[in-house]
Design a protein around this ligand. Sequence first.
Ligand SMILES: Cc1cc2nc3c(=O)[nH]c(=O)nc-3n(C[C@H](O)[C@H](O)[C@H](O)COP(=O)(O)OP(=O)(O)OC[C@H]3O[C@@H](n4cnc5c(N)ncnc54)[C@H](O)[C@@H]3O)c2cc1C
Length: 427
Amino acid sequence: MINSELIKPKVIIIGAGFGGLALINKLKNKPVDVTVFDKNNYHLFQPLLYQVATGGLSPDAIAYPVRKITGKTNNVSFRMAEGKEIVAEENKVRTAEGDYYYDHLVIATGAQTNFFGNEQLEKHCMQLKSINTALDIRSDILEEFEKGVTHNTDEELKHILNFVVVGGGPTGVELAGALAEMKRNVIKADYGKDLDKEKMMVHLIESGSEVLGTFSDSLSKKAMEALGELGVKVWLNTRVETYDGKTLQLNNGNNILTDTVIWAAGVKGKIINGIDATCIGKGGRIKINDYMQVSGYKNIYAVGDVAIMSGDKKYPDGHPMVAPVAQQQAALLAKNILAQLENKPAKGFSYFDKGSMATIGRHRAILEAFGIRLSGILAWLGWMALHLMILVSFRSKLIVFTNWLWNYITYQRHIRLIIRPSDSKTN
Ligand SMILES: Cc1cc2nc3c(=O)[nH]c(=O)nc-3n(C[C@H](O)[C@H](O)[C@H](O)COP(=O)(O)OP(=O)(O)OC[C@H]3O[C@@H](n4cnc5c(N)ncnc54)[C@H](O)[C@@H]3O)c2cc1C
């Protein structure tokens, strides 16, 4: 005989990013059966990826095994599997590891880089979205430095030592700042005899009229000043036309000879097959209502970067694609799912913006929260403190803190290994 009270509703979460983790935290040890899928076995703290890409941090400082979290619960299971397709009429998710059935499904798959359909750019630009891409960028930068030592005609050095970042949002600005710090400190200290650091140029290309356009004008200007002090050449009101792996063509008629272009100029939702095409909105994101329900589906929800909610009057074009939005939507959705078990009404989402910040190399950052605007060393300290607070585990906090301290004292970026994937398991 089956005791119906013992049958708990099945919740499937696809994605163990910021949204997925917030759901796990709110649903753990509650009367629901949760299965979380992720294609990786770890949660990735993307805000510090640029430091992995520039040799300041190792990957394990910002990645955390999901099983370390689910293992401590009695109702959340983890499956390392990629969600391939949703079969809504059967309440089923297809994964490479088999089919799974749900009562509630949450899509929390995040975003992917958007090249806006330009195949040339997609083929030749690097992107910063995962541990693999960050390590690729790190190896590429270091290989270029090594090439700079052995190839020394002016033309060759331009290709090798021009580093281009496209996109003047937080990711692009932070990456350009970190590259400029490498020029100042790493090249000077370790390549001094072999490479003229003045030959290295960092370019930042932005289509708008300012960098960090979501911040107030005064802070955007501060960011421009900081980039200028670091020697970054910022191209405002400039769009990339195309790139063949050697020459980057800009819409203002200029060309930049470069082997390295990092694309940080756009993202789009990472959707899964099976969701009706009419549910896909601006930026390739899944349209959701105020209760995070995907339009047209009662028990399928989406949260975070993959989702777009247009019901919030303050954000008619959807919320910003940042971690707090994913976390807040997920936390409310978890409460709503639990409320439903008790026949209580669901609550609608409203975003509580705690502010934004960005760092631009050593000692420089900007911070805007609750009407307060800060720049310089105080903002930089605030930026570091906040990131240390929100990292997932004590171990990560400790590794990141000690690395930052060591990098600060030595002016160096120590994790400078060139590692390319091996084509043989025995190598
Ligand atoms: C370089 C960079 C810097 C950033 N800096 C900041 C910052 O400073 N502050 C800030 O607030 N935000 C920042 N963001 C944005 C922030 O990381 C995102 O807004 C946040 O991660 C969104 O959370 P999410 O849960 O929606 O998606 P994610 O955290 O991206 O998680 C999605 C998860 O889904 C998994 N996944 C995807 N597809 C599948 C599938 N088919 N099957 C199984 N698993 C799948 C992925 O492996 C991933 O673990 C940054 C992003 C990047 C890329």
